[in-house]
Design a binder for this molecule. Sequence first.
Ligand code: PLP
Length: 385
Amino acid sequence: MTSTKRDLGNGVDPRIAGGELIIDLDALKANYRALAQASHPARTAGVVKANAYGLGSDVVVQALLSEGCRDFFVAMPEEGLIVRQYADDARIFVLAGLVSKDVARLYAASDLTPVLNSLEDVAIWSAFCATVGELRPCALHVDTGMTRLGLTVPEALALAEDESRRGALNIVLVMSHLACADEPEHPLNQRQLESFQRVRDAFPHVESSLASSAGIFLGDDFHQSLTRPGIALYIGLPDVASQKPVVTLKARVVQVRAASAGEGVSYGSAVLVRDSILAVTSVGYADGYLRAGSGAGIPLRGVEAAGGGGFLHGRHVPVVGRVTMDLTIFDVTDVGGDRVQVGDQIELIGENIPIERVAKADGTIPYEILTSLGSRYHRRIIGAA
Ligand SMILES: *Cc1c(COP(=O)(O)O)cnc(C)c1O
């Protein structure tokens, strides 16, 4: 493999990998541009936590930088250190907050901006700044209704009015997170916006941020000065989607076999209802192809799963029997047995199999599908970084 930018894979040899994960950077960049346009005049950050939702923060960060993105959000300090390798002069916000003064030192050493999530965080960071004699930047997270992380609204308002405590901090961003942004009619959205605006007004001249992907489409009031999309960069949203998917996932066929009606398939022996041609592929739940997507009629978690499926030679091919750790079996009878060969690739996610459909078959959301993607795929990057 060459080391050109186009070919930044993960090093798994494509000839022996069980599957292929294709990341289209042109599609990613088109999604960023559409989100930036929808957010305008607010600026648009890139949320690249969890290794850029499983796609690889190396290539994703470089692609977003080339589109002018200069603000990144990660969850953990370790992730921030990786992003810093690719982005010299960008702002990198770390959502996890602080746990100790040692962590504060680590943030400062790599110029990471902590998101302070509690009064304890506020105390640790201001003490740290006093020790080093420099008011280093931080963000303040306010809980307006998610009940997860952040100062309460009264705590934030009290901090704003307390000149000595506030003077011990260099707050560059005030932020909050919406609990129900994917339900536009949910009354909590408006309540969170109103609470957030009270806090924002108490911190004049400080940038503000409220909207993740879905929040961008709740209206201009939600944009504030910086939007924070994650998922919409990687899968689009109904309102914003590139023509092509960013993520395509394919499984390699390692065996094609004929089986008769009445024979049992995979663990638990799901009984075939017709004479079938089966394609065994070398992708399983250890690769993030979830067991919950096992074939129709397989009871999992006490419910009958509808079952997932792939796409091969112009046809939908259902998963048959249970998904196993390293192998998944597809019913390719309708493709025509002689057309299916060892080495063929069955599309698991992509143009013909939208990730939303995969998530539905698995009883989950696209976020979990992406962040579960395993490390055994050959990752191939297409488009320009
Ligand atoms: C994950 C996260 C985001 C991005 O959310 P998406 O729904 O993926 O756009 C934004 N803000 C915070 C605080 C997050 O934790």
